[in-house]
Design a protein. Structure first.
Length: 420
């Protein structure tokens, strides 16, 4: 699917952020921890959420979707999620912890997802071993078995996914588990709140030591996950890049501090209220120094969008990617639009240019696609983003939302030969 964007349109107006993809995925996986009805509200209509729901359905859970509300009922009948779904999103690996806790065994292939470097799962596996799982590898699959008991875990790195998987596994383990050097992301807090709403006993989520006291059984729940801070950040960057004036609603300002600080430093004006934020783009974009870090540091999931924004700054910015290796695939595509970016190891030097110009570019992953949208909004003329379906993995109605702010974007089926 192609996305055609006519640039140089100032974004103006108000936009509402959808529910967080990265909160919904672990929460949906955690629904496997209970047989009783679990109701999740306000699910975003995005591909990653659809894939994990289908995966849960294929495990034998009864799934009923009405508008944006999902009801899940029943025990997972089997513990081997289909390869075809697992390879599509990395987060499918999050069913490992709950399946092991519920069924005493799980067989799952190595996860897929965004092509952003080597993404090992050693921390997930080491943690599950400490909780008593025996783990072996067989024909591209991982097989874990065993009755789980509480344990003392120390993560070498505060991995979001490992923290989530281990919280879920420990919730039904016998005894108490401590996760040290746990990830601090708001999505971890949301997962813990969800499990506690099912009768779980998790203390300390949002700090680097989480205590999980295993319970015998978790019951049903009716839960609404948090808003998507990365979608909000993307709209903030798009508003500033287009030199527009946009109010973004349904947000938690606390979750956006790193992004807000960098936008202010770049010259944008930010007006915060309880659950909304207004961004007025700067006349001239000041260059920035950015280093991606685990929360509350600057999010790696916003790195590409800020690089697009800064490609039009007055001066040179330095962006260091410390969370993932090889997360600079968007650089080459931004350069096709006229950006001047050099990469040295994990650092990109972005020399601001006066103008970007429309071109044909390729979305290589979800956030790279979002970055290209932002660059296209700043560019003169028309940009065609090919493989834009990557964007649908994580943004609900992005085209409709940006168009409601004054953007000019259309979607077109991909043709082999593109004539402009
Ligand atoms: C989650 C988010 C993703 C975000 C990332 C970092 C979801 C569904 N995805 O991904 O959008 O970019 O957090 O904020 O929530 N690592 C290991 N061994 C492991 C696990 C991770 O070395 O066992 C490394 C990774 O290769 C990476 C770093 O740790 O370099 C961070 O990964 P992690 O925090 O686990 O990210 P995800 O949970 O995959």
């Amino acid at each position: 699917m192609n996305m055609l964007i006519n640039g140089k349109k100032e974004l103006k107006g108000q936009i509402e952020v959808s529910t967080s993809k990265n909160a919904c995925l672990p929460i949906l996986a955690a629904s496997l921890l209970s047989d009783e009805p679990v109701i999740i509200n306000n699910l975003p209509a995005i591909d990653d959420v659809e894939v994990i729901i289908e995966l849960i359905r294929q495990l034998g859970v009864n799934v009923k979707m009405q508008e944006k509300t999902l009801e899940l009922t029943g025990r997972p009948e089997q513990a081997a999620p289909p390869y075809e779904l697992v390879r599509r999103i990395r987060a499918s690996f999050l069913v490992m912890g709950p399946l092991l806790a519920r069924r005493g065994s799980v067989r799952i292939s190595f996860p897929g997802g965004c092509a952003i470097g080597n993404r090992p799962i050693d921390l997930h596996l080491k943690g599950l071993q400490v909780l008593g799982a025996q783990i072996k590898q067989l024909g591209g699959d991982i097989i874990a078995q065993g009755k789980l008991k509480g344990g003392h875990l120390y993560l070498d790195y505060p991995s979001v996914g490992a923290t989530e998987n281990l919280i879920m596994a420990a919730s039904l383990a016998a005894g108490t588990t401590y996760i040290e050097n746990a990830a601090l992301e708001p999505e971890i807090v949301d997962l813990a709140n969800f499990i506690n709403s099912m009768g779980g006993n998790i203390i300390g989520a949002g700090t680097n030591i989480i205590k999980i006291t295993g319970v015998k059984k978790l019951h049903g729940s009716n839960y609404t996950p948090i808003p998507d801070r990365i979608e909000a950040g993307t709209f903030m960057a798009a508003a500033a890049a287009s030199r527009g004036d946009v109010t973004i609603t349904n947000i938690v300002p606390e979750h956006l501090k790193a992004i807000t600080a960098k936008l202010i430093e770049s010259g944008a004006e930010i007006i915060e209220a309880e659950n909304q934020i207004r961004v007025k783009g700067p006349h001239k974009i000041k260059p920035l120094y950015i280093k991606t870090l685990p929360y509350p540091g600057f999010p790696t999931d916003m790195q590409a969008q800020f690089m697009a924004y800064l490609s039009n700054a007055e001066g040179s910015s330095i962006i260091t990617e410390s969370v993932f290796e090889n997360r600079f695939m968007h650089v080459q595509e931004l350069c096709r639009l006229g950006a001047s970016i050099k990469i040295e190891g994990r650092t990109a030097v972005v020399k601001g240019v006066k103008k970007l110009e429309g071109a044909i570019v390729k979305a290589t992953d979800l956030r790279a696609g979002a970055a290209l949208c932002i660059a296209a909004l700043m560019a003169q003329g028309t940009t065609i983003i090919t493989e834009s379906e990557h964007i649908d993995r994580g943004y609900e109605n992005l085209v409709e939302k940006l168009n409601s702010l004054g953007a000019e974007i259309i979607r077109k089926e991909t043709k082999r030969c593109i004539t402009v």
